[in-house]
Design a binder for this molecule. Structure first.
Ligand code: DGY
Length: 420
């Protein structure tokens, strides 16, 4: 373990571009939103000031309306597509994408605050960040839940963080536009079998250009024109959990006047999850808002309501049975989709591989519901994967091999903050 701790610190230092951490050089050469928020908890273990700086630099990309973009382009790079020249955002001229990502940041701010060795610094940093976090969460409800259902929509698979999840197979069936020829950079870094297909990228870019044409990512327009509008479990479970942490921070920081507003999100959100439960499958599912149907694929985000804390004891037991069935079919958990599904691909990104950050969330949720043995089993799998294969982006659930990018920041951060 000592060796992996040292290796993890080295990875974070190596990926530090001065105040922000890239997920991996080459493959992802900018600041990614949820990556950074998770990476901050890793920094916190050995450099508290640097941890706060990570979140601050992420919020330097925050838009006027409160949105925090999925990528902040602090410095130019030629190793990623689509970069700032393609996004061409107006608000922060060419400095960010025009879409968001799972709102992990409030969870990290609470983590940093609770683990602070320097309480004065924590108080002042959390105090500065609180209004920004609040503005982002408000943006989610205003821009992505205009009909007040309690759960928010994503408009691009990149917003879910689980870019090529099989849950998007049906919602991504819209016809693609006539695209200018383009060259992907991801395939220069990672084997094509481990990345989304060309067809999937054509859909990603169709959405990007349509959003840009909608008055440069105007959120009011986007919600209505997007052919892809989904209630995603990853974003909604993280938002719910982050709301709980935001509430905790509000009280600590003497901002009681916003507690009722957050409570209303929590109450409504709790009800919103009801409509995502699939009793027969024994797992939560995403919903395609365009057709109104549940997305048929069972994916690892289907266990995240445990992490949000919105599950009854009875349903938790049912989720545990489903999870145990998944684990029987692979050597290492948790695969990103049901291994019994014919679409399961142990190499391809979010269509099979194990992701350590999702393992952390599922394990944390299981502990909360009293399933300590299973929670520890998932942690043990995560420790085995990282110590035997290295600090990779994701892992093959059948063989344990590392896949995608290596020297990967959030995997290193999880080694420090969770698998310690
Ligand atoms: C990508 O692969 O380009 C995405 O932005 C990462 O989620």
């Amino acid at each position: 373990r000592i060796q992996i701790v040292e290796e993890s610190m080295t990875v974070l230092r190596h990926n530090d571009l001065g105040g922000y951490t890239v997920p991996a050089h080459g493959l992802y050469p900018f600041q990614w939103n949820w990556d950074s928020a998770i990476v901050a908890s890793g920094w916190a273990v050995f450099d508290e000031a640097r941890a706060w700086q990570e979140i601050e630099s992420l919020f330097s990309g925050q838009w006027e309306d409160g949105m925090v973009p999925s990528i902040v382009f602090h410095k130019p790079s030629t190793t990623y597509f689509p970069g700032p020249e393609i996004w061409g955002t107006k608000e922060k001229p060419s400095k960010s994408t025009g879409i968001t990502q799972p709102p992990v940041a409030a969870m990290s701010v609470r983590f940093l605050y609770e683990h602070a060795d320097d309480p004065l610094l924590a108080m002042s940093e959390a105090g500065k960040l609180f209004p920004k976090l609040l503005a982002w969460h408000r943006w989610f409800y205003k821009a992505r839940d205009p009909f007040n259902t309690g759960v928010v929509a994503i408009l691009h698979p990149w917003e879910s963080g689980m870019d090529n999840s099989p849950a998007w197979d049906e919602p991504m069936r819209f016809p693609v536009d006539n695209l200018q020829p383009y060259v992907r950079c991801d395939l220069n870094h990672v084997h094509p079998e481990m990345r989304p297909t060309k067809e999937t990228y054509d859909h990603y870019l169709t959405l990007l250009y349509r959003f840009k044409n909608a008055n440069f990512y105007d959120p009011d327009k986007l919600y209505h024109i997007s052919p892809f509008r989904v209630t995603d479990l990853c974003v909604n479970c993280i938002l719910f959990r982050a709301n709980r942490d935001l509430r905790w921070l509000a009280i600590k920081l003497g901002r009681q006047e916003v507690v009722a507003e957050i409570d209303a999100w929590l109450d409504k959100g709790f009800q919103g999850f009801e409509s995502l439960w699939d009793e027969e499958a024994g797992i939560y599912k995403c919903r395609d808002q365009i057709t109104g149907k549940l997305c048929p694929a069972a994916i690892s985000a289907g266990f995240l309501p445990l992490f949000a804390g919105v599950v009854s004891e009875k349903r938790a037991a049912r989720l545990v049975r489903t999870l145990e069935q998944w684990l029987e079919q692979v050597k290492y958990g948790v695969p990103s989709m049901d291994p019994a599904d014919p679409r399961f691909e142990p190499l391809r990104y979010w269509r099979g591989p194990v992701w350590i950050i999702i393992n952390w969330m599922i394990s944390n949720g299981l502990k909360h519901y009293g399933y300590d043995a299973l929670a520890n089993r998932i942690k043990d799998h995560s420790i085995a994967l990282t110590s035997e294969s290295g600090l990779f982006e994701y892992f093959n659930p059948v063989t344990g091999e590392g896949e995608g990018g290596h020297d990967f920041s959030w995997t290193a951060a999880m080694s420090l903050a969770w698998m310690d």
